[in-house]
Ligand binder design. Structure first.
Ligand code: ZN
Length: 183
């Protein structure tokens, strides 16, 4: 069995949405029950209120979207991502693109699981499954669909050992990585 690794931002500063964009999101693509994009939504552009922290992976607060440095995505090879992932642009409050960053969304979120204290519920609005892991983190072999890279439910990444080896060739700022046992 291949090993898997969780890759998560250690930045204390997530992306903060521009207020007008966030209000528009709430009117259109953001689920009011779980604050994630509605399941039918594919790639999304994002408008950030402040310049992004210089980290390879991060999240946008309150909207359930991850974003990444373009050079990080290019490093782990865009062609590995295209069948599962879709990408959007990142803009500053004035509407100028910040070309060093892109948003990413996967059709299949991989749940990082915890022990029996973990909470599990279904969103009453969009029916999405929501899982908050507590205790020792792991993944289930039944949840794997043969990808090298997954988006986790916290909108960061889980990668297999080949991709992890590739990632590890570069020292990335403020990115944590943990091996995830497969159960
Ligand atoms: Zn929902």
């Amino acid at each position: 069995m291949t090993s898997y690794y969780e890759l998560t931002s250690l930045s204390k500063t997530p992306g903060y949405p521009v207020k007008d964009w966030y209000e528009e999101a709430k009117r259109t693509w953001l689920c009011s029950g779980c604050s994630n994009p509605k399941p039918s939504i594919d790639a999304l552009d994002a408008y950030l209120a402040y310049p992004p922290d210089d980290v390879p992976l991060n999240i946008i607060s309150g909207v359930g979207i991850g974003y990444a440095q373009l050079r990080f995505v290019q490093h782990i090879k865009m062609n590995m991502l295209t069948d599962q992932f879709s990408f959007g642009k990142v803009f500053d409050p004035e509407g100028s693109e910040i070309p060093e960053y892109i948003t990413f969304r996967s059709r299949n979120l991989l749940f990082i699981r915890g022990d029996s204290r973990s909470s599990f519920r279904q969103c009453g609005v969009c029916n999405r499954q929501l899982y908050h892991p507590i205790g020792k983190r792991h993944i289930l072999s039944n949840d794997l669909i043969g990808s090298s890279i997954y988006e986790s439910q916290i909108h960061q990444m889980v990668v297999d050992e080949q991709v992890f080896e590739l990632v590890s060739r570069v020292k990335w700022r403020k990115m944590g990585s943990w091996k995830l046992p497969v159960w």
